[in-house]
Design a protein around this ligand. Structure first.
Ligand code: PLP
Length: 428
């Protein structure tokens, strides 16, 4: 008998499946607003100019090698990443109570944090997730054996935040629950609490001794300002919370995956895998788990345990993507250029929101659409229903997730009018 005989076929991942359907569609008008990766106005993947520069510097740096990294990653990288989110003048830094480990992008940071909490947080503690949230959150916590529950977040009637529902659920949850919060640019809704609302959330969390678990996948990408997008996290630090912060450099550096064929400077390489130049396939996936504790000693204890966990899971993190981030964060000129690249990306997204909103208004599309411009980040929760989403796909070759979420990055100056006209048709 075969043990594998018992293993059922799993359903394909919804987003990856959607992309496959989109690719197979031969209609020239087709639009993919499903996937959450940035595209430029020609709908092409965008390599940040600053990343190209960093690539060239690294490629020509003869001091670099392909040795193992430290278990927690390079200190220059983890510290710069932690400073980026907390602010270099954060009281947590001054008091030496911040530690960090490099992770496999944001997903890895979530996983490492969840695995650590399973081991060390109060036995049986649940993790509260926003309803809705990034689809992977539930799976990540369930995989390590932490049960999840939901707090209300999206209010369909206002297409905004259900603050009362959220506060009520946090109030009702058992003390010392883990509460997952999106630091900025909530995925999938694009709805973030205001500063006053964050204060109310912090009040309840403080009262109930909940543990803030910030997931920060869009710093700088949301508003175009790294500081503005870090406001909520810094506010919680100021209030004295200890916390986890999961950082991803996938979106804000455009480092989503693997870089296969480098075209660096004047050198364009044909790669022969048999020559041992496999190092030219560069693992990027750069993330960081930043931990803020109450005391300096706690911070060191936590780091030592995180290193033991990391050793058993990935041994040590991949070097290449983190080298790019390290270089840019620690070099004044490159850093400045990066902030400009961030403005290019966030600016295009914001412009697409405005163009879509204006066109819907011009078409006198039934319903209110100001949420399109009020929401922030890559995604917009349109309020379109599953049947409408289906018609958009079948009649207009427009691909989006069933919940009506669209990635603004799939729109361009060339397709936004067609997109608006399609919406205008399906909601009538
Ligand atoms: N968390 C949220 C909310 C996200 O939207 C994403 C990406 O879509 C991630 C984490 C992690 O992405 P990655 O593992 O590519 O950094």
């Amino acid at each position: 008998v075969s043990f594998f005989q018992e293993i059922p076929q799993a359903a394909p991942d919804a987003i990856f499946h959607l992309t496959a359907q989109y690719k197979a569609d031969t209609d020239p008008r087709k639009i993919n607003v499903g996937v959450g990766a940035y595209r430029d106005d020609s709908l092409k993947p965008y390599i940040l100019p600053v990343v190209k520069k960093a690539d060239a510097i690294l490629f020509n740096d003869e001091t670099l090698d392909h040795e193992y990294q430290p278990i927690a990653g390079q200190k220059s990288y983890t510290t710069a990443a932690a400073k980026l989110i907390l602010g270099a003048d954060s009281p947590a830094f001054v008091e030496d109570r911040v530690v960090a480990v490099q992770t496999i992008s944001g997903t890895g940071a979530n996983h490492t944090a969840a695995a650590f909490l399973k081991k060390y947080h109060k036995q049986g503690a649940i993790c509260l997730l926003s309803k809705p949230t990034w689809a992977n959150h539930k799976a990540i916590f369930n995989n390590v054996g932490i049960e999840v529950a939901e707090y209300p977040y999206w209010k369909p009637s206002t297409r905004g935040l259900d603050l009362e529902g959220m506060l009520g659920a946090l109030e009702k949850a058992p003390e010392q629950s883990i509460v997952l919060l999106h630091a900025c640019a909530h995925n999938p809704t694009g709805v973030d609490p205001t500063k006053e609302q964050w204060q109310q959330i912090a009040d309840v969390m403080d009262k109930k001794k909940h543990f803030p678990f910030f997931d920060c996948a869009y710093q700088g990408f949301a508003s175009g300002s790294l500081d503005q997008d870090a406001w909520a996290v810094r506010y919680f630090v100021q209030r004295g919370f200890e916390m986890f912060i999961c950082q991803s450099f996938a979106k804000n550096f455009g480092l989503y995956g693997m870089y296969g064929i480098p075209e660096i400077g004047s050198w364009t390489g044909m790669i022969n895998l048999t020559t041992g130049l496999s190092c030219l396939f560069l693992g990027e996936r750069a993330g960081n788990l930043t931990v803020v504790t109450r005391t300096a000693q706690q911070a060191q204890h936590v780091l030592s345990q995180l290193e033991i966990l990391q050793r058993s899971e990935i041994s040590n993190p991949p070097a290449y993507g983190s080298r790019i981030v390290d270089l840019v964060l620690n070099d004044k000129a490159l850093y400045t250029e990066w902030t400009e690249n961030l403005k290019t990306m966030s600016g295009r997204i914001i412009e697409m929101r405005e163009r879509l909103f204006e066109k819907l208004k011009q078409l006198e599309t039934p319903g209110t659409w100001n949420h399109i411009v009020d929401q922030i980040g890559m995604f917009s929760f349109t309020g379109l229903t599953a049947p409408q989403v289906k018609v958009l796909k079948e009649k207009y070759h427009i691909y989006m997730t069933e919940n009506g979420r669209i990635s603004m990055a799939g729109l361009s100056s060339k397709n936004v009018d067609y997109f608006a006209e399609a919406i205008n048709d399906v909601v009538r």
